[in-house]
Design a protein around this ligand. Structure first.
Ligand code: CP3
Length: 371
């Protein structure tokens, strides 16, 4: 499985971009920066466009999804776009009844809790059905990439555990107790559930990459509620399987010649919130870079990983509302600690809060690019 010649990594548009170089372990002249959840409610232009479309409808409307993806790139000058969608979109497109409730998050009509529930999901909501329904997503990616030029698009998916945490609970929960109970009460059912979620997530990632995404991020957002042992035993194999869908797509990097020439696969970022105790486990899933939340300093994270892995992060979103000089001092510290890692992509330690002042985000990009 190979990327087409018109893909931005293959025709040279994005292969030398600061983000892609950093994810490959280089230190480009410019520190690349983007923000998780940069496309969304912090932007007035997002809110006025979304006023006319329901969230999940917007995700499958190619023109709308593309426009929302491009808004933060135009406004902030970030080094990457992140595709406007949601982790539940592949489930929805495969036929699962799910809604995104404002102020809450994903809510499922039928929670998935028993062996029968899982068997029904596997039989009815198949990767094949998803693949056919993904055309609007592919079209949105194509429209976006055509506008982005040399700025890479990051595709993403929710990791199987994070999806299962919502599916089993039926909605958001604090400690995902019901999901974690299923994991221990019926490990076989759990494994089938995660395998199914991995197939759908992998199919979603693959579609974004084939249509033109130059990197991907796996959001394992709620993995922090697991112990390292449980993560390794009951979750990591499914996350690895999700990523195998894009690891299997390779291409020849036009910037690498002679002895360095060879086949590359699309860079993969892995991120989980509150996962300071899981860094090694998250890295072992097989990734190009690890996203670190604001609780673990980047130099400490790098040391734990043998200084072998590019890191992404980890400005504390709470500083977005602090006085400029305190934010700048925090930013300096993040960048200084990030120098210990082989490479660094500046980002927040979690998503942009809806109440963030967009001007502060633009300022962070300017400050990062000025060094
Ligand atoms: O800018 C980007 O990062 C791209 C878009 C994106 C969205 N969701 C759009 C969205 C991404 C990457 C996501 C991922 C996502 N969705 C995660 C993982 C990231 C993380 O924060 O840990 C999770 C857990 C979800 C599930 C989800 N969807 C939640 C918790 C919510 C918020 C509910 C609320 O109203 O507070 C959503 C809805 C959602 N997804 C919105 C956006 C812009 C808000 C929709 C709106 O405008 O009302």
């Amino acid at each position: 499985n190979s990327l087409p010649g018109t893909h931005p990594l293959v025709d040279g548009r994005t292969s030398g971009a600061p983000l892609i170089r950093a994810l490959r372990g280089d230190r480009p002249e410019r520190l690349p920066v983007w923000f998780m959840r940069q496309a969304g409610r912090s932007l007035p232009e997002y809110r006025s466009l979304r006023a006319h479309h329901r969230m999940l409808d917007a995700c499958v409307n190619p023109e709308v999804a593309s426009e929302i993806t491009l808004q933060p790139v135009r406004r902030h000058g970030v080094d990457a776009a992140v595709f406007f969608s949601d982790i539940v979109v592949p489930l929805r497109l495969a036929g699962v009844e799910v809604d995104l409730v404002a102020g809450r998050g994903p809510v499922f009509e039928h929670p998935v809790r028993s062996a029968d529930d899982v068997a029904r999901c596997r039989a009815e909501f198949t990767p094949q059905r998803l693949r056919e329904a993904l055309e609007p997503v592919r079209e949105a990616v194509r429209l976006t990439v055509a506008e982005l030029g040399e700025t890479p698009l990051i595709g993403f998916a929710g990791a199987p555990f994070t999806l299962a945490a919502y599916l089993v609970e039926g909605g958001p929960s604090r400690d995902h107790l019901r999901a974690r109970t299923l994991m221990h009460a019926e490990p076989e059912v759990w494994r089938e559930l995660l395998d199914w979620a991995a197939e759908l997530s992998g199919t979603f990632l693959e579609a974004q990459v084939e249509a033109g995404a130059s990197a991907v991020q796996l959001f394992d957002s709620w993995a922090g509620s697991l112990s390292a042992v449980d993560y390794r035993r009951h979750v990591a194999p499914a996350s690895r399987r999700t990523l195998d869908a894009v690891r299997g797509i390779s291409y020849r990097d036009p910037l690498r010649e002679g002895y360095a020439a060879g086949r590359e696969s699309v860079p993969i970022i892995h991120f989980a919130v509150g996962s300071g105790h899981l860094l090694e486990e998250l890295a072992e899933v097989g990734v190009s870079a690890l996203g670190v939340d604001w609780r673990t300093p980047l130099d400490a994270a790098s040391e734990r990983l043998g200084d072998l892995l590019p890191l992404q992060g980890n400005v504390d979103p709470a500083y977005l509302g602090a006085p400029a000089e305190r934010l700048e001092a925090h930013l300096d510290e993040v960048i200084r600690r990030g120098r210990r890692a082989p490479a660094h992509v500046l980002n927040l330690g979690h998503g942009v809060p809806p109440e963030a002042d967009p001007a502060v985000l633009t300022r962070i990009v300017e400050l990062a690019h000025d060094r």
